[in-house]
Unconditional design. Structure first.
Length: 283
């Protein structure tokens, strides 16, 4: 039995190496103890006992914020699975009152997926968050590439609810599989996909140390809010600051419906609606 688990751990480390999660030397010391300490680590489906029964066939994580009519978030993790940065951002959003449902990309994309299949999964996740609450679609690294390229495949109803797309650590190509499944091909360009998005406010976060590697260098700064943060691909671990910047970018509420949004915590961070934050969402 001990030998069996050792083989499983070794197989997991090989898979992680294939996904590219070891590229950043700063995170390498943290990955070895996590991988060996938890047999499957990020590959395992997270504990989803608190998610709706309808979603328990998916590797999703629910991080509760406040009930009500305020925004909710859908977060697509990096290809390393649901780890520190994904959990940290979800926690930061929850502390600001925003409920987040996250998808463990390593577990989900271990099988190659089509954009239509991913869109249907995101539709299911959104339905679990309420029928009409505004949505922030957040993606980190691999998840950012997916978020950028899957948007056009989402249902019309869901696209109408997405007020903002926040892309963290965007690259120039998306692949709808992780690890060895990448050999099947199917890469999709992210920058044209971002340019084709019409409607939601778009943010593109990159670390100053990423330099020319970041896809944020190639987006149209006239239509995308480009945000440079300290550090590299993991932004030096300041996840509360990332959550705050995500929420600061949210469009202001419709002036025709001010009472509904009057209690949202995020407005404690913003200037008065007639100030520098821009005009109200015209939709």
């Amino acid at each position: 039995m001990a030998r069996f688990f050792t083989v499983r751990r070794l197989a997991f480390l090989i898979l992680l190496a294939a996904t590219g999660v070891f590229v950043d030397a700063k995170i390498l010391p943290r990955w070895f103890p996590q991988a060996f300490g938890g047999v499957w680590g990020g590959l395992a489906a997270p504990d989803n006992a608190n998610v709706p029964v309808s979603l328990r066939d998916l590797p999703v994580v629910l991080t509760k914020g406040k009930d009500g009519d305020g925004p909710v978030a859908i977060l697509l993790s990096g290809n390393g699975g649901w780890w520190g940065i994904d959990d940290g951002i979800a926690g930061g959003l929850a502390r600001a009152g925003v409920t987040t449902i996250g998808l463990n990309s390593l577990a989900y994309f271990i099988h190659r997926r089509s954009p239509e299949e991913v869109a249907a999964t995101i539709d299911r996740m959104a339905a679990s968050l309420g029928a009409d609450r505004p949505i922030i679609l957040v993606g980190y690294s691999f998840g950012a590439d997916i978020a950028a390229t899957v948007y056009s495949h989402l249902s019309d109803d869901l696209r109408a609810r997405i007020r903002q797309i926040s892309l963290l650590g965007l690259s120039r190509e998306a692949d709808y599989a992780v690890g060895f499944m990448k050999v099947a091909g199917g890469r999709r360009a992210t920058i044209p996909a971002v340019a084709a998005i019409d409607g939601p406010h778009i943010q593109c976060f990159h670390g100053v140390d990423e330099g020319a590697r970041s896809g944020c260098n190639d987006v149209d700064a006239g239509m995308v809010q480009v945000i440079e943060l300290p550090g590299g691909h993991h932004f030096d671990g300041d996840y509360d600051a990332i959550a705050r910047r995500i929420l600061e970018g949210m469009p202001l509420p419709r002036l025709s419906d001010p009472i509904r949004y009057a209690g949202m915590d995020r407005f404690a961070w913003l200037a008065h609606p007639v100030g520098a934050q821009g005009q109200a969402d015209p939709r």
